[in-house]
Design a protein around this ligand. Structure first.
Ligand code: UGA
Length: 434
């Protein structure tokens, strides 16, 4: 199949590369010529394990192309994926201007009939509105069919998830379109669920909202565990063994971040509100998450009284490991708050430090390695559970810092490990080690 993908962000680029990997001829189109120039040199514009090799390999085989010219990229397309961002507006709703523009760009340039597949996360009802928008702008004789095909990949394991996902959802208005897309996706070897468009759109939001709910739920249990002397890891393990509950997404911490959960939960609350449905449960999930992000600052103030002049080593900036993405990372809340409280801040992140300097507008120092960040610090604050932080010998804290006081938002070390290292250790939902 000849496929065009509009947008070379996380979803678009991974989708394009993966579709070329299973044998399709793919052209990725982006309006940003700088991005396209980089991609044409074989350099991915995002950090994603495994992406670079797969991209280069398919470019060399002549199956994967990049262009900023819609006319060129759409010339032979049988299927066109729309994979542009749907960021959050100030009121929490999804901003659809980019997908509308992408749809208009496609409508203005396609000269042959095609299936339009919407990968972007969009509120229920958007696919059909996009279809109408395109119908109003197509060249005479060109017909389109529309499909909703939401994305479930996680940043940092996007390539793995694309080839090992649990399901591919295809929402269409007719069986024929669904069959074409089903056979196109067959080489992925992942179960395909065919459904109607509105349900497909809803599956995406409901899935993300449910996972966010699981996280906020376990975080609330964690906060209660701290008060009652229980250990949330033991509780999550015991709960997760019940297959109806499942063990994933029960890791307590400083709350969920990233470009999806915060945005999609807010958008679903908005969407519900627009239809006179008060989604109280999801509102609480969001509220719990906002509070969770600040917990460690409260613990630090409880320990030190004041943070003025205290040197704080911040370990990890990204919203989770294996990504340089800082969007909605707890770091964006915690670091400015530390600065406001007068702390001296030294940050370490193995790959997101550059992003940190761009996104965090307070005075902070950035170091190349953990040791430089910890040197002479009064306390450490762990925001991201990077493998090199998790694997580090906990005795390192005592060796390098003024005093081994660690506030861990990701429960990187076990309580016995912390005791053995003689750390003063405050984590989430587990007994403090003092
Ligand atoms: C999430 C979903 O997992 C994907 O299925 C979905 O496709 C994607 O959003 C999207 O809509 O595009 P992602 O945001 O990349 O993927 O990251 P996750 O691995 O799901 O983690 C999200 C946040 O939850 C992170 O901040 C992570 O630290 C936190 N988390 C996750 C926890 O605090 N506890 C957990 O047990 C799991």
């Amino acid at each position: 199949m000849n496929i065009a993908v509009i947008g070379t962000g996380y979803v678009g680029l991974v989708t394009g590369v993966a579709l070329s990997e299973i044998g399709h001829t793919v052209t990725c189109i982006d309006v940003d010529p700088k991005k396209i120039a980089k991609l044409n040199q074989g350099i991915p514009t995002i950090y994603e394990p495994g992406l670079s090799e797969m991209m280069l390999n398919n470019q060399q085989r002549g199956r994967l192309h990049f262009t900023d010219q819609h006319r060129v990229g759409l010339a032979d397309a049988d299927v066109v994926y729309l994979a542009v961002g749907t960021p959050q507006r100030a009121d929490g709703s999804a901003d659809l201007q980019y997908i509308e523009q992408a749809a208009l760009d496609v409508a203005g340039h396609i000269r042959r009939s095609a299936i339009i597949v919407i990968k972007s996360t969009v509120p229920v009802g958007t696919n059909l509105r996009i279809k109408q928008l395109m119908l109003d702008h197509l060249h005479p004789g060109v017909t389109i069919r529309i499909a909703s095909n939401p994305e479930f990949l996680r940043e940092g394991s996007a390539i793995h998830d694309t080839f090992h996902g649990d399901r591919i959802i295809i929402g269409t208005e007719d069986k024929d379109t669904a069959s074409v897309l089903e056979s196109m996706n067959k080489p992925f070897g992942i179960p395909v669920i065919k459904t109607d468009i509105a349900s497909s759109e809803m599956i995406k939001y409901a899935s993300n909202a449910f996972l966010a709910t699981k996280i906020s739920f376990i975080n609330e249990i964690a906060n209660l565990c701290e008060k009652l002397g229980a250990n949330v890891e033991e509780v999550a393990k015991g709960m997760g063994l019940d297959h109806r509950i499942g063990s994933s997404f029960l890791r307590a911490g400083i709350g969920y971040g990233g470009s999806c959960f915060p945005k999609d939960t807010n958008a679903l609350v908005q969407l519900a509100g627009n239809h006179h449905h008060d989604f109280n449960l999801l509102k609480s999930v969001i509220e719990v998450n906002n509070h969770q992000r600040r917990l460690l600052i409260e613990k630090m103030l409880g320990r030190f009284g004041s943070l003025t002049g205290k040197k704080v080593a911040v370990l990890g900036l990204a919203f989770k490991p294996n990504t340089d993405d800082l969007r909605e990372s707890p770091a964006l809340v915690l670091i400015p708050e530390l600065a406001r409280l007068g702390a001296e801040i030294v940050c370490y992140d193995p790959i997101a430090a550059d992003q940190g300097t761009k996104w965090i507008n307070v005075s902070a120092q950035y170091t190349e390695n953990v040791a430089d960040a910890l040197k002479d610090a009064d306390c450490a604050l762990i925001i991201t559970d990077w493998p090199d932080i998790k694997r580090m010998d906990p005795k390192t804290y005592g060796r390098l810092m003024r005093q081994a006081i660690v506030f861990d938002g990701r429960n990187c070390y076990s309580i016995p490990q912390a005791r053995a290292a003689r750390m003063e250790y405050y984590s989430i939902g587990r007994p403090d080690v003092v």
